[in-house]
Design a protein around this ligand. Structure first.
Ligand code: ZN
Length: 292
C-alpha cells in the first residue's frame, strides 16, 4: 500500500507531467466508489483546464487547476499513476504477467478495464493515467473553497514529525504505539511499512501502549519516522506489490527494510529472529531483543 514516500515520489514525477499542460479530453470507467466526483462531471469540468501545481498532503495528491479547482488523487491499496508509453510488469494483472513472454511484458502499457482515469492533453505529450486493480483509490474534483473531511482530519505531515507533540498526543492513550502511528489524525502519511521500520530504529516494541512510551522515546520515534521516510523517498519508495513510479521504474526501499516482511529472518542488529504480531488487524514486525 503506497505510503508517504511513494506518494511523494509520485508527486515529484507527476509535476512535470501535469503542470502547464491543458486538458483536451478525459476518459473514465463507469461510476463506482473510486469516483467521489461522478465521472461525467469529472470529464466535463476537467476539459480545457490547465494544471498549475501538484501538492501532497499526507498520502493525498492535490493537483490545482487554473480555475482554482483541486483534483484530489489517492492511490488507495493498488493505485498506479503514470505517463502513457511506459512499460512495467507491475502494470499487468498477475495472471497476464505470468503468461506473457518477456518481450510482450515490456510492451508499452495499453489502457485496460482497471484504467479508471486517463487524461489527454492538447499537446503531443504523454497522457496521464490512473489505474487501480482493486479500486480503493479515490478521485475527487473539489471547488476552490470546498471543505474536505478527508483532508481536514489529517494531522501534521509525517516528514515534520515532532517528538514533543507526539508525546503530548499519546501520553494518556492505551492503544498500541503501532496503531497510534497509523492514525492519520496524529501523523499524516505513515503506513504499515514505515511504522514498523521507525519503531525498530527507535527500539520501541509496536505493542507498547502509547501511555507507556516516554518523552525521550517519542523523540527517537519522531526522528526515526523522518529518517525512514526521507530515505525511502531518496530510493524511489517501496515497490512491494503494485506501486510503480510515474516513469515506470520500481522503487528500491524494499531492499533496505530491516524488519517489515522479514518474519523469521535474523535481526540486522542482534541476529535474533524477527517476529510478527497482529495489532489492530495489521501485521507488525519487530525484534524481540532490540525493541522493548
Ligand atoms: Zn535485534
Amino acid at each position: 500500500m503506497p505510503e508517504l514516500p511513494e506518494v511523494e515520489v509520485t508527486r515529484r514525477q507527476l509535476e512535470p507531467l501535469l503542470v502547464g499542460r491543458r486538458v483536451a479530453r478525459v476518459y473514465t470507467t463507469v461510476p463506482s466508489y473510486f469516483f467521489l466526483t461522478p465521472p461525467t462531471e469529472l470529464r466535463r469540468r476537467l476539459r480545457g483546464r490547465r494544471f498549475e501545481l501538484v501538492e501532497r498532503i499526507g498520502k493525498y495528491l492535490l493537483a490545482r487547476l487554473d480555475n482554482g479547482d483541486r483534483l484530489l488523487l489517492h492511490l488507495g491499496m493498488t493505485g498506479q499513476i503514470f505517463g502513457s508509453g511506459i512499460a512495467s510488469v507491475r502494470l499487468l494483472s498477475s495472471a497476464a504477467g505470468a503468461s506473457l513472454t518477456p518481450e510482450a511484458q515490456l510492451e508499452a502499457f495499453r489502457p485496460d478495464k482497471h484504467t479508471h482515469l486517463r487524461v489527454r492533453f492538447d499537446d503531443a505529450g504523454p497522457e496521464v493515467i490512473f489505474r487501480d486493480a482493486r479500486k480503493f483509490g479515490k478521485v475527487q474534483l473539489m471547488r476552490p473553497d470546498e471543505p474536505s473531511e478527508r483532508l481536514d482530519r489529517l494531522g501534521p505531515d509525517a516528514l515534520a514529525a515532532r517528538g514533543r507533540r507526539l508525546f503530548a498526543e499519546i501520553r494518556t492513550r492505551r492503544v498500541a504505539i503501532k496503531s497510534l502511528l497509523l492514525d492519520q489524525s496524529l501523523l499524516a502519511g505513515v503506513g504499515n511499512i514505515y511504522a514498523d521500520e521507525a519503531l525498530f530504529l527507535a527500539g520501541v516494541r509496536p505493542t507498547r501502549p502509547g501511555r507507556r512510551v516516554t518523552a525521550e522515546e517519542c523523540e527517537r520515534i519522531a526522528r526515526a519516522v523522518r529518517k525512514v521516510l526521507r530515505r525511502s523517498i531518496a530510493t524511489g519508495g517501496s515497490s512491494i506489490s503494485d506501486y510503480v513510479q510515474p516513469d515506470g521504474s520500481d522503487g528500491a526501499y524494499q531492499d533496505e527494510r530491516r524488519v517489515y516482511g522479514r518474519e523469521g529472518e535474523p535481526c540486522p542488529r542482534c541476529r535474533a529472529r524477527i517476529r510478527r504480531h497482529v495489532i489492530g488487524q495489521r501485521s507488525s514486525h519487530y525484534c524481540p531483543r532490540c525493541q522493548t
